[in-house]
Write a protein that binds this ligand. Structure first.
Ligand code: SAM
Length: 327
């Protein structure tokens, strides 16, 4: 029987983000500090272990699953995991966050397996800048991945752009233009200072980004999301078939609407992106916990969710960085 996860602030938890690997083929400056060590093969949850967590979560009313990483498409046979999850009763929506460097190869198989939609990280349209931000130039592959996702019928394809002052803030209008010319659903994200004290760039706020777009194209009209229940606020430019979305973790905390739990690649249930509290599900699974025990752990974990994230205290000092959490 399906029941519900309510945390102690009466927020309903119906969404889980699952990191399938901490490995990534890019090294984006805002995500990865210079020194890091990857998990070993045995540390990472196997697909059948992820399945057990999702089965327990689905029985507690979780309906949406997002696969992320690291870069989820560097893990072999991701379509097999999508198929496993899409067969679990109660799961209505499976989505993927990816840098799309491998998406052209896999988009069609993922769609067939049950993937509904993708969010694709893209911070620039300039090859040499891509190289500087992400450690290598994969712009062509990412753009091919976006086209392949659209052709495969993964809908909507949303892009995520972390806006960085003095790095790519001169491309804000170029992204918004894509909502007009190509029907893209573009989203801008405020940069969170998570890579340590060397990242002292002044963040570009959503208010600033909006002003640049309105200056270039006229007013943004509020609209609903093309899909999804995340924290983005959506708008449309006059005459655009695509949308413009904003995610403001720095200037507009969205904790009151938090509906999610995160599972790290090594099987820790993380209660908040910006807090280090975690519950170890992998140990429970590997000592043979049954579905009832896993459900009990999920329910208890949800009670540990705090009311708000601790940006001031934690943003520069998280024990895990985004590539290890699954952003
Ligand atoms: N490799 C995949 C990708 O590139 O989409 C999935 C993982 S990546 C950590 C997920 C998202 O986290 C990306 O959209 C990225 O823009 C966002 N992200 C990572 N570090 C961030 C930061 N410091 N501030 C804001 N967003 C960040």
């Amino acid at each position: 029987m399906v029941s519900t996860i309510l945390d102690s602030y009466r927020r309903r938890i119906d969404y889980m983000r699952i990191s399938v690997t901490d490995r990534c083929d890019l090294r984006c400056s805002y995500c990865t500090a210079s020194r890091f060590e990857n998990l070993s093969h045995d540390d990472i949850l196997r697909y059948e272990e992820i399945e057990r967590v999702v089965r327990a979560a689905a029985e507690l009313g979780v309906k949406g699953i997002r696969l992320t990483g690291g870069e989820p498409l560097v893990r072999p046979h991701l379509d097999a995991l999508v198929r496993i999850i899409s067969d679990i009763p109660g799961i209505e929506d499976i989505s993927l966050t990816t840098n799309a460097t491998h998406l052209a190869k896999y988009a069609s198989a993922l769609k067939t397996a049950g993937l509904k939609r993708v969010n694709i990280s893209l911070d620039t349209f300039k090859p040499e800048r891509f190289q500087r931000i992400c450690g290598r130039n994969a712009l062509g592959q990412t753009l091919d991945g976006i086209s392949a996702a659209q052709e495969a019928g993964l809908y909507p394809v949303k892009t995520n752009t972390v806006v960085m002052r003095g790095v790519n803030d001169d491309e804000i209008a170029d992204f918004a233009q894509k909502s007009l010319s190509d029907g893209w659903h573009v989203r801008y994200i405020e940069e969170m200072p998570l890579t340590g004290p060397e990242n002292t760039r002044e963040m570009v706020s959503i208010a600033e980004i909006k002003a640049v777009i309105e200056n270039a194209f006229g007013s943004l009209e509020p609209c609903g999301p093309a899909a999804g229940l995340g924290p983005a606020k959506y708008y449309r430019l006059k005459g655009a078939s695509g949308t413009v979305g904003f995610i403001a973790p720095m200037t507009h905390a969205f904790c009151e609407d938090c509906n999610r739990l995160r599972l790290t690649a090594d099987g820790k249930l993380r209660l908040c992106l910006l807090r280090d509290d975690e519950v170890d599900l992998r140990s429970a699974i590997r000592r043979g916990a049954d579905l009832a025990e896993l459900k009990d752990l999920l329910l208890k974990a949800a009670q540990l969710k705090k009311e708000r994230y601790d940006l001031a205290g934690k943003a520069s000092g998280l024990e895990r960085q985004m590539w290890q959490i699954g952003g």
